[in-house]
Design a protein around this ligand. Structure first.
Ligand code: SF4
Length: 220
């Protein structure tokens, strides 16, 4: 993939999606603690589902101190609809306890410290750094970013960490956070997991998946 191809992809996605008007499609939060907890809860579920439970969760447990002391059963009941609720309950309470024990109750701002928190991998840490602190140390590779970027041929890997490294080599650092959001919107609206709407996609002439699918036109 040459950089002109990335330029085309970037400008097409920017012209197609308005991240500033897409707040309802992403996680809701008001501070770094809420970004961290909401992102841990977002594994294997939708942001809409997480937003419904965090309204209740953050009203009951507004900070690391209160969540660190929470009753597991009560938290499990609140977050039940997000799935994997027992493991998620353990992780968010353990994360809150780590914030209290190690970081004076605050969310750390750098990748190496974030990765010491239970339930936090590179994807979650990247999201926290971008949304809580307005910086980027990488690109969060979730299911949409993974699918769209590999279909486009931006990476030949399946492992999210390796996909991230391929994207970091291709995409200018000041666009890392934005590209995460654009890939997610494209994955949700056009490049669906089961039946991507390729004939409606302006990237079809630049897409490895479309070129290798004999049922699709190679150009619009
Ligand atoms: S052409 Fe199809 S597979 Fe390629 S990015 Fe567009 S929707 Fe996804």
């Amino acid at each position: 993939m040459s950089s002109p191809d990335f330029c085309f992809i970037y400008h097409y996605l920017c012209d197609t999606y308005d991240l500033s008007q897409s707040g309802d499609e992403f996680l809701h939060f008001n501070n770094p603690f809420e970004v961290l907890v909401a992102t841990i809860l977002s594994a294997q579920t939708t942001d809409r589902c997480v937003n419904q439970v965090t309204k209740v969760l953050f009203a009951r447990y507004p900070d690391a101190d209160s969540l660190a002391k929470a009753d597991h059963t009560e938290v499990e009941e609140i977050i039940h609809s997000t799935g994997f609720y027992r493991a998620k309950t353990r992780n968010i309470i353990a994360a809150a306890q780590t914030l209290m024990d190690t970081f004076d109750g605050s969310v750390p701002e750098d990748m190496s410290h974030l990765l010491t928190i239970p339930g936090v991998g590179r994807k979650t840490a990247n999201i926290v750094i971008h949304h809580a602190f307005g910086r980027s140390e990488g690109i969060a590779v979730d299911t949409h970013v993974r699918r769209v970027s590999t279909r486009l041929g931006l990476s030949n890997h399946s492992d999210p960490d390796k996909i991230e490294q391929d994207l970091l080599a291709l995409i200018p650092p000041d666009l890392w956070g934005e590209m995460n959001g654009l890939f997610i919107l494209h994955g949700r609206h056009i490049c669906h997991a089961r039946r991507p709407a390729c004939t409606q996609c302006g990237l079809i002439s630049h897409c490895k998946y479309a070129k290798t699918n004999p049922d699709l036109p190679s150009h619009r």
